[in-house]
Each structure stands twice: as structure tokens, then as C-alpha cells.
Design a protein around this ligand. Sequence first.
Ligand code: ATP
Ligand code: MG
Length: 141
Amino acid sequence: LQLTLAVIKPDAVAHPLMLQALHQKILENDFAIIRCKDLVWRKQDSERFYAEHSGRFFYQRLVEFMSSGQMRAYILARDDAIRHWRELMGPTKVFRARYTSPSSIRGQFGLTDTRNTTHGSDSVESAQREIAFFFPDFCVE
Ligand code: ATP
Ligand code: MG
């Protein structure tokens, strides 16, 4: 069993039906929800979380967007949870998502490359870091 950190971003939380659909999708895909919480980031939380992207052309846009409204964060457990959740999300870029993975979450609901509905950890190391970031009192060891 593997853990991953999944986030429903502000664009998707803003729409109640989408939030419900994404929550359902998690359950339908055999993930166990270990933790779940709604939260809002200050701009500095957003900057800290996405520090690896500082300097990229989309960084300011990303940081503003991720601190623009409520999000929902999950710790999910499954076999190969990281890969399965990223497959369900589909490609980062909305154009690619719509054309190559139209039934993925981003393919169906992504608005732009920034407002792309969801986040998922991309490795075991980032899952650990991100779980600790969102759920500081969750014990991973
Ligand atoms: P995430 O980390 O949110 O799961 P990802 O791993 O698919 O997405 P990253 O390369 O880590 O993609 O980028 C982090 C986030 O930055 C993306 O989800 C998206 O919101 C934003 N982003 C990435 N690339 C672009 C881009 N070219 N233009 C605009 N926004 C972008
Ligand atoms: Mg990423």
C-alpha cells in the first residue's frame, strides 16, 4: 500500500458538483481516504509549496491561483497510489489532456494549464514532503 497527497484546487472546489464528482471518483477508484481537509492557503504557503517552480513564467500566476480560494487535500492510500492518481488526473496541460486523455479529470474539467483542477504527488519523496506540508501532525514513519 502506498500513500499519496491529492489536492482539489480552488477552481474545482468552487463548483459544488465538481467537488462531489471528484470525491466520488476517488472512492470509485479504490483509494482509501486516510485524511481529508478543507483549507485556504496564504500566498506564502503557496510560494513555499511551489518553491521548485520559482522563476518559471507561470509561477506568479500559479501562486496567486492556489491562494485564491478553498482547496480540499487528501491523503490517499492504494497499491501504486501515486501513479494511479496521476493517471486519473491526466496531463498537466489542458490542451494535451483534452486531446490525449479526454476522460481524465483534467481532460474533462481542466480550464487552463494553471487552473487544472487537481494536484497529485509525483514521487514517493514528494508524497512524503507534501503529506507533511498539508498534514503536519500525520505520522508517516
Ligand atoms: P501538480 O504538481 O499540480 O500535480 P503537475 O505535477 O502535473 O501538477 P507541475 O509541472 O508540477 O505539474 O506544475 C505544477 C502546477 O503548475 C501545475 O499543476 C499547473 O497548475 C501549473 N503549471 C505547470 N506548467 C504550467 C504552464 N506551462 N503554464 C501554466 N501553469 C502551469
Ligand atoms: Mg507536480
